[in-house]
Design a protein around this ligand. Structure first.
Ligand code: LLP
Length: 411
C-alpha cells in the first residue's frame, strides 16, 4: 500500500509528508487495506473448513486495529489478562478468544473463566490443576488444549524459536499423551483441542510439516485412549519479507501442506500476528542531525529503540526509505540511529541512502508488528502516536504521549 506518486511516497491515498506535518514525528502509520487483505489471505486458506483465525494481539493491540479484525470475523490469541480485556473491549466475541502463556496467574485465569473464553492453551500440569481448581470454585467448566512442544527447530532467531527442545514453552512432546490422560481425570476440565506454536518469522514450510506430523501421531494415540480432539491449533509464525529478496510463505501454502495431515473434520485454528499486521504498519521518522565520526556516517532520527526495539533486541532488519525521491545521485553509506543513550540504539546499519538534510523524513518499513506493541518510555520518552489510513482518510488512533503521562501512577 506504499507507492510513489511523482517524488512523494504515499500510503494508500495519503502523502506521508502530510501525515508528518499534521501529527508530527515519530509516528506509526497503518494501512487499513493491507490489514484487510492480509486477513482475507487467511480466510482463503481456511477455505470452507471450520475453524478460526485468531489474531495474535501481542503483535499489535491498538483498539482500533483490533476492532477492524473483530469486525472481519477474527478471533483473538491472547497471552495475558490485559490482552483478553483489550480484545473484549474491541468487540471480539469471548467465544473466539484463546489464551496461551506459560505463566497465567490465578487472577488472570479467573478473569478468563468469568468471561467465558473459548479455551486455555495449557502449558504445564500445575497450570492445569490451577485452572481446574478455579473452575470448580466458580462452578464452571474450563475448555482446554495442551500446548505441545514438538521439538522442532523452526530456523529463526533464537529469541523467537519456541517449538524447540529446551525452551520453556508447552508440554514436552513425549509427555503429551500422559498429560491428556491426566486432564481427563479433572472434573472441571473439558478437553477441546491440541495446540502448537513453533516460533515466529518462519520462512520454511518443513518445520511446520514436521511438527504437524508429530501432533497428528499424538491425536491418533489420544483417540485410542478415548480422548476426542475437536480443535487443532497450529499457532502463528509465518514470516514476511523484511528484506526484499526473502522468500516467504503465504497462508494458503501453509494450509495446503499442513491441514491435510489432520483428519478433515477437525476444526482448525490459526494464530497469525506478524503476517497480518507487520507490513501494514510503518514508522515515520525525521532526521534530526547528521554527523561523521570514527570514519562512519550517522543519521540521527527521532525514533529510538524505545519506539522500535526489534533491531536492538534481535538485530533485525527493517528497510529504511526517504519519503521524497531525490534527484541528487550522490549516495552515502550510513548508520541510522536513535537518540537513546546506548550504542545498541539503531534502526539500520550500513545503509546506502541518498544525501539527506536535517528535517527530511524517513520511513522505517514493516514495523506494524511488535513495533508499538514492544515500545516503552525508556529515557523518559513519551509513547508515540498511531495513525490509521483508510484510502484518503487518516485517523489518529492513539494520541502522542505527553510529559505528564510519564508521571502517571507515580505516588
Ligand atoms: N501464537 C503464540 C502462542 C505466540 O506465542 C505467538 C507469538 C503467535 C501466535 C504469533 O506469532 P506470529 O504470527 O506473530 O509470528 N517480538 C518478536 C516476535 C515474538 C513472537 C511471540 N509469539 C519479534 O518482534 O519478532
Amino acid at each position: 500500500m506504499l507507492n510513489f506518486v511523482d517524488v512523494d511516497l504515499y500510503i494508500e491515498k495519503i502523502k506521508l509528508s502530510d501525515i508528518a506535518k499534521k501529527y508530527g514525528t515519530a509516528v506509526f502509520v497503518y494501512s487499513k487495506k493491507k490489514i484487510v487483505d492480509n486477513f482475507a489471505n487467511y480466510k482463503k486458506a481456511l477455505n470452507k473448513k471450520k475453524g478460526l483465525i485468531c489474531f495474535a494481539c501481542k503483535a499489535n493491540s491498538n483498539g482500533k486495529i483490533l476492532e477492524i479484525l473483530a469486525k472481519l470475523g477474527a478471533g483473538a490469541d491472547t497471552t495475558s489478562g490485559g490482552e483478553i480485556f483489550r480484545c473484549l473491549k474491541a468487540g471480539f466475541s469471548a467465544s473466539k478468544i484463546v489464551y496461551a502463556g506459560v505463566g497465567k496467574t490465578s487472577e488472570e485465569i479467573e478473569y478468563a473463566l468469568k468471561n467465558k473464553i473459548l479455551m486455555f492453551n495449557v502449558e504445564s500440569l500445575e497450570e492445569l490443576d490451577t485452572i481446574n481448581n478455579i473452575a470448580a470454585k466458580l462452578k464452571a467448566k474450563a475448555k482446554i488444549a495442551f500446548r505441545i512442544n514438538p521439538h522442532v527447530d523452526p530456523d529463526t532467531h533464537q529469541n523467537i524459536a519456541t517449538g524447540k527442545k529446551g525452551t520453556k514453552f508447552g508440554i514436552d512432546y513425549n509427555e503429551a499423551v500422559e498429560a491428556y490422560d491426566y486432564a481427563k481425570t479433572k472434573k472441571n476440565i473439558i478437553i477441546s483441542g491440541i495446540h502448537f506454536h513453533i516460533g515466529s518469522q518462519i520462512l520454511d514450510i518443513r518445520p511446520y510439516e514436521a511438527a504437524a506430523q508429530k501432533i497428528q501421531k499424538i491425536i491418533l494415540q489420544l483417540q485410542k485412549n478415548g480422548i476426542k480432539i475437536e480443535y487443532v491449533n497450529i499457532g502463528g509464525g509465518l514470516g514476511i519479507a523484511y528484506e526484499k529478496w526473502q522468500e516467504y510463505l503465504l497462508p494458503h501454502e501453509l494450509a495446503e501442506t499442513v491441514l491435510p495431515i489432520f483428519d478433515k473434520n477437525k476444526k482448525i485454528i490459526f494464530e497469525p500476528g506478524r503476517s497480518i499486521i507487520a507490513d501494514a504498519g510503518h514508522l515515520l521518522s525525521k532526521v534530526i542531525y547528521r554527523k561523521f565520526s570514527g570514519e562512519k556516517n550517522f543519521i540521527i532520527v527521532d525514533a529510538g529503540m524505545n519506539d522500535l526495539v526489534r533491531p536492538a533486541l534481535y538485530g533485525s532488519y527493517h528497510e529504511i526509505v526517504p519519503i521524497k525521491k531525490s534527484n541528487i545521485n550522490n549516495k552515502i553509506k550510513t548508520d541510522i540511529v536513535g537518540p537513546i543513550c546506548e550504542s545498541g540504539d539503531f534502526m539500520g546499519k550500513d545503509r546506502t541512502l541518498s544525501l539527506l538534510e536535517q528535517g527530511d523524513f524517513l520511513l522505517i518499513k514493516n514495523t506494524g508488528a511488535y513495533g508499538f506493541a514492544m515500545s516503552s518510555q525508556y529515557n523518559s520518552r513519551p509513547m508515540l502516536p498511531e495513525v490509521l489510513v483508510d484510502k484518503d482518510k487518516a485517523t489518529l488512533i492513539r494520541k502522542r504521549g505527553t510529559f505528564k503521562d510519564l508521571l502517571l501512577n507515580e505516588v
